[in-house]
Design a protein around this ligand. Structure first.
Ligand SMILES: [Zn+2]
Ligand SMILES: [Zn+2]
Length: 281
């Protein structure tokens, strides 16, 4: 396996946190969501049969915490079968290089996300002028340069299947990023959303800190295609998920989720789309 990996030159620890930081929630017996500062990672697999996959790779400098949480749940010397990325933003790949080195496992992401993961293309600059709170204002410090995973990252199979997650299929949910995907399991309608929508107003430092539940579109400061983002939320709502584990905010389920998702679709332009910002078209 190719060990020649690196982060972008703008990689750095981001001093932001929430009351959920360091806390894990067993959403379902085989879906465990753990919060790293302000973002969630997800362990998919039942600890009883040992096989599992890690979805997303947390904030910069969080590898030790991710490894500790994972070993606590699945035991030492039991690496995940793979790491699946919903997308490649800094807060979802923050520990990926260390994790690949430690576990020696394959990483999968959507084909359109690969340029950002193989040193070819930077994400657009975060937009500090977008309508929203302090997190938007501090977004210029967020890394947006591509990371380099070389041959350690592969495209998800084009048939919608996900390696080592046989019950799930990936759904292309662009808008927040080009190759953003959400992961859906038909039999119990469990949905791992990524940032296609979130359950906290991620632009506002206070809301992030308190994790007050409130359906929201994708984080504004990094979303560049609002038309696609709206279509993606419609696609996810149509799946009628029973539970949603989002990249930011607490998991949401049942009637509360159904009602809020419906509302987000119906009022997307008011709730999600900012009134001003440089990526409005
Ligand atoms: Zn993101
Ligand atoms: Zn995110």
């Amino acid at each position: 396996m190719d060990k020649d990996m690196s982060y972008g030159s703008d990689y750095k620890f981001i001093p932001a946190t929430s009351i959920s930081s360091g806390i894990g929630i067993e959403v379902l017996p085989d879906i465990y969501s753990h919060t790293i500062q302000i973002v969630n990672i997800c362990l998919v697999g039942n600890p009883e049969n040992k096989d599992f996959v890690l979805v997303d790779a947390g904030m910069p400098e969080s590898a030790d915490e991710i490894i500790a949480v994972t070993e606590e749940r699945f035991g030492k010397y039991n690496p995940p079968k793979a790491i699946v990325l919903t997308h490649g933003h800094f807060d979802h790949v923050g520990a990926i290089v260390e994790l690949i080195k430690y576990w020696n496992v394959p990483v999968y992401a959507h084909e359109m996300e690969l340029p950002y993961l193989t040193g070819k293309k930077s994400y657009p600059e975060p937009d500090p002028t977008v309508e929203g709170g302090m997190v938007s204002k501090m977004s210029p410090m967020f890394p947006n340069e591509p990371i380099q995973l070389g041959e350690n990252v592969e495209a998800l199979p084009s048939d919608g299947s996900i390696p080592h997650m046989p019950e799930f299929r990936w759904i292309h949910t662009p808008g927040h990023s080009e190759g953003h995907v959400s992961l859906f399991r038909e039999n119990d309608r469990a949905l791992i959303v990524g940032d296609a929508f979130v359950t906290v107003k991620q632009e506002y430092l206070y809301k992030v800190l308190t994790q007050e539940q409130e359906i929201s579109g994708p984080p504004r400061y990094l979303t560049t295609d609002w038309k696609a983002a709206k279509e993606s939320v419609k696609t996810l709502e149509a799946l009628k998920p029973s539970v949603a584990v989002t990249g930011h905010g607490l998991p949401m389920a049942g009637e509360l989720l159904a009602k809020n998702l419906r509302k987000l679709v119906d009022e997307f332009d008011q709730i999600a789309v900012p009134d001003y910002g440089k990526y409005l078209n």
